[in-house]
Design a protein around this ligand. Sequence first.
Ligand SMILES: Nc1ncnc2c1ncn2[C@@H]1O[C@H](COP(=O)(O)OP(=O)(O)OP(=O)(O)O)[C@@H](O)[C@H]1O
Length: 597
Amino acid sequence: MSRLVIDLLRPYRGRLTIVFLAMLIEIAMSLAAPWPLKLVLDDALGSHRLPEWLSWAHEYAGFGKHTLGVALFAGAATLAIAVVAAVASYFDSYFTTSVGQWVANDLRLRIYEHLHRLSLRYYDHAKIGALVSTITSDVATIQDFASSSTLEIVIDLLTIVFMVGLMFWFDWDFTLIAVAFTPILLLFAFHLKRAVKAATRALRHRQAEVLSIVQRGLGSILLTNAFGGQALEVAHLEAASHASVAAALRARGIKSLMSPMVSIVVAICTAVVLWKGTSLIIAGTMTAGALTVYLAYLKKFFKPVKDLASMTSTIAQTTVALERIQAILSADEIVRERPGAIDPGRVRGAIRFDRVTFGYDADRPVLHEVSFSIEPGEVVGIVGPTGSGKSTVLSLLPRFYEPMLGRVLIDGIDIADYKIAALRSQIGFVLQDTVLLHGTIRENIAYGRPNATEAEIIEAARIANADEFISRMPQGYDSVVGERGEILSGGQRQRIAIARAVIRNSPILILDEPTAALDPESEHLVIEALRRLMKGRTVIMIAHRLSTLVDADKIIVLEDGVVVEQGTHEALIAGGGLFSELHRIQFQAARHVADAA
Ligand SMILES: Nc1ncnc2c1ncn2[C@@H]1O[C@H](COP(=O)(O)OP(=O)(O)OP(=O)(O)O)[C@@H](O)[C@H]1O
C-alpha cells in the first residue's frame, strides 16, 4: 500500500522539497511571531533591559536606547515575520496543490489504463458504477491527501518538538503541567482512528452502491419504461441512498468527537497556565511577556496536536481509498502476452480449435473439448440451441477469454503466441446489435483504423450500402451519432458496423447474427453489404436462421458446449441429427406463420 504512495510521489520529489522548505520557514515564523509582543511588554513597557541576544540592535539608531525604539523594532519584526511567512505560505500552497493534482492525474490514468488491460472476465463480476466511483471519489481523496496532508504530518510533528523544546527551555515544570493532557488526547485519537476507518469503508461502499444503481438504472432506461419499472428503480436507489446517509452520519458522528474533545483539553491547559502563570508573575519569577509567549505557544501547540488527531480520520479515509484503488490495480485478470510473442503480419486465416474446454467459472465448463478447423477463406456457421456456447466459442478467438484446456490456433500457431493487438487486428466484427460511439459517422467508421483517408471511408461506406443514407443526412459524414447524437435505425447501424469492418480489412471476420433484429427491407441491404465484406475472408458466423447457411462451407453444431455434428448444410440435413431436427422445427414454424398470414 505505502509502496503505491511512494511510487506516486517519487516523480515529484523536487516540488515536495520546496514544499518542505517552505513549511520549515513557516514553522520558524510561527515560533517567532509572539516574540515582538514579549519585547514590547517586557522591554518597552516593562523595566527590563534589552535582552543579550538583541544587543546588536544598539548599533542601529535609536534601537534599545528608548522605549519607542524597541517598539519600532518590534513592529518591524512583526511585519518581516509576516512577509516571510506569507511568501513561504504561497510556495507551500501552490506546490502542494500541484503535487496533489499531478498525483491524481497519474493515478486516474494508471487505473484507467489498467482497466483497459483487464480481460473481459474481470467485467463479468465488476460493477461499473463502483469503478467510476473509485476513479472519481477515491482518487480525489488521494489528491487531497497528497496535496495537504503528506508533509503536514511531518511539519506538525516538528512544530510540536520545537515548541515543546522552547517551552521547556522557558520553564520546564510549568510546561509539564501544560502538556500533561496531550498523551491522553493522542491515545484517544489512536483509538478513534480504527472506528473512523471502519465507518469510512462502509460509507465508501454505500456511495459506490448508489452510483452502481444509478448507472445500471439509466443504462436500462428503455427496459424500465417498457415494463413500468420506474417506481421499482427509484425504490432501489432510495434504499441505497438511505443506507449511504446512515453510513455517512455514523462516520461523521465518530469523527465529530475529536474536535470538542481537543477544545476541552486546550481549555483545561489554558486555565492551568493562566492561574499558575499569574501567580509566578506576582511572585516575580516570570514576566508578563513570557506568559504571553507561553499562552500563544500553548494555543499554537494544540493546533498541530488537533491536526494530527483529525488527520487520523484523513489517514483512515486515504487508507480506504488506497485499498479500493489497490484492489483494481492488483486485479490480474489480464490477458498476458508471452515473452517473445509474435506479430504475424497478415494471417491467411486458417482457424483450428483443438480440444478446447472453457468455463466462465472454473468449476462449471460451458465448452467441452471443442475441436474443429476452418480453411482460409471458408465461411463457417455455428448453430445450436440457446445457451449451447456459440458466442463463447467466438469470444475465445480474439482472446477475450483464455481456454482452460486445449488451444486455439490461427495459421497453425497458438493464438497465445501472438501479440494481442496484432491478433485482434486480424479479426473484424459485426455483431447483433451495433454500438455506436459518441462521435461523427466518419469517426465511427474509421474506429477500426484511425488513419484511414476520407476516400477510404467513403469507399467503405459505399461497399456497406451506407453511403447513400449518410449523404442524405444534413451533416453527412459529420453527423454526430452515438449517445445523445442522431438516432439511426438498426439497419443503418449495422451498415456502419460493416463499413467499420471493411475499413479494418482483416482476414478473419466474426459475424454474430448481424441481421437478427432487422426488418426485411434493411435485411436485404445488410445482407448485400455483408456478401461484399465476406469476399476473400475467413468468416465464422452465428446464425439462428438456418436458411442463411445454405451456402456455408461448413456448419458446426453445438449442444451443451459439445460439437455434436459438423458438415455442409446438405450433409447435415441428410444425416438426420440435431441440425436436421432444428431445421425441421424452423421450417414448420415458418410455414405456420405463413399459413396464419
Ligand atoms: N459472461 C458470462 N459469465 C458467465 N456465464 C456466461 C457468460 N456468458 C455466457 N455464459 C453462460 O455460458 C453458456 C453459453 O453461453 P453462450 O452465450 O455462449 O451461448 P449461445 O449459444 O451463444 O446462446 P444464445 O444463442 O442464447 O446467444 C450459457 O450457459 C451462459 O449462461
